[in-house]
Design a protein. Structure first.
Length: 354
């Protein structure tokens, strides 16, 4: 859009040039076209549209093909609409400032600068897939769509909606195959083994590919400052979308959140949206699913009761999971979180390829 002119040239201006070059006036053109002088006057001023019928007449009078006159007219109307839209977008900028624009620019979801008000609003509308910010409330905050109904009301409405919308965009839902529950259940053990990879960023990318093959969209969207959420799950077009915020930047939290969300996929209603932190029964059940999937019940009595790094490592090796996962389960069981930090891997994300 930056390379387009901020003006529109009507067919009438081209017609006027033709008249001037031949020292003809509007009255003469009206006589040749068989229309009223008023119609020609309005055509020359850009007030009257150039009809396809009149374009054929101009072809005979001027020698310029009708298709070129029609093209000029179409371009003129498009430019008028674009200029009118630019003004409308600028007027919506105050509404746009309610959204986390600094965050969206930081992570490259919006490329327009703060000076480019129209461009900022245009890109924001694309994220939410709406034509006007006045449609946001009905489409997102008070949507009738099942997977948007919950969790958007409150003082973080714009942050929540933005984060979820980015997840929809990243999940490429239309490209997902049909969801296959049995295949997902069968691959849980393989997914768990990925946690032992010393490079969790590479491992989570592998998990994305595996889940995509069974119709589960897994997407990573950076956390929005002030909006504390680790993950969310909802169903769109019959496919589960699992969204992680990579909040916390440690591998144990990443993996626990993933299995927590997969718990929602396998255990809960497909017409709801689940976001961690609600304190609901479903959230508790998803926590239990994640904990017992990563460290099955028959191993839980072997979690160390004290700060025993060696036992943590040995049990993790036997289970085929990351030591940080066993550490996290141990810390939660004992309430002692002040040790073993060397077992946790700090994640380094490159969201440029989001």
């Amino acid at each position: 859009m930056a390379n387009l002119p901020n003006y529109a040239v009507s067919p009438g201006e081209h017609i006027q040039e033709w008249l001037d070059d031949r020292h003809l006036n509007a009255a003469e053109l009206a006589r040749r076209l068989g229309v009223t002088p008023k119609h020609v006057s309005e055509l020359l001023s850009g007030k009257a549209p150039l009809s396809a019928k009149l374009a054929l007449g101009l072809e005979r009078v001027t020698g310029t093909p009708a298709r070129l006159w029609n093209s000029i007219e179409a371009g003129y109307r498009e430019d008028l609409a674009r200029l009118a839209e630019e003004e409308s977008l600028v007027q919506q900028y105050d509404q746009a400032k309610q959204f986390p624009l600094a965050y969206l620019r930081k992570w490259g979801y919006i490329s327009a600068t703060s000076r480019d008000k129209a461009g900022t609003v245009r890109e924001l509308l694309s994220i939410f897939r709406i034509g006007n910010l006045n449609s946001f409330d009905a489409t997102w905050a008070h949507s009738k769509v099942a997977y948007r109904k919950a969790t958007l009301n409150g003082d973080k409405t714009f942050e929540r909606a933005t984060w979820l919308a980015l997840g929809e965009q990243a999940a490429a839902i239309e490209e997902l195959p049909e969801f296959d529950r049995k295949q997902l259940e069968a691959m849980v053990t393989d997914l768990r083994s990925l946690t032992a990879n010393p490079n969790p960023v590479v491992a989570i990318a592998e998990a994305q590919a595996m889940l995509r093959n069974v119709g589960v969209g897994l997407c990573l969207v950076p956390p929005i400052p002030g909006f504390g959420v680790h993950g969310a799950t909802r169903w769109i077009l019959g496919r589960p979308i699992v969204q992680l915020s990579v909040r916390g930047k440690k591998d144990d939290q990443l993996w626990f959140t993933l299995f927590h969300e997969l718990g929602h996929v396998l255990l809960h209603d497909h017409n709801s949206i689940f976001m961690q932190g609600s304190g609901s029964r479903e959230e508790f059940e998803a926590d239990v699913y994640a904990a017992t999937t990563l460290v099955p019940d028959e191993y839980r009595d072997r979690l160390p009761a004290n700060r025993n790094i060696r036992t943590v490592r040995e049990l993790a090796k036997e289970l085929g999971v990351a030591p940080s996962i066993v550490l996290g389960q141990t810390q939660k069981a004992t309430g002692d979180f002040a040790w073993g930090h060397e077992l946790k891997v700090t994640l380094e994300w490159d969201m440029g390829s989001k």
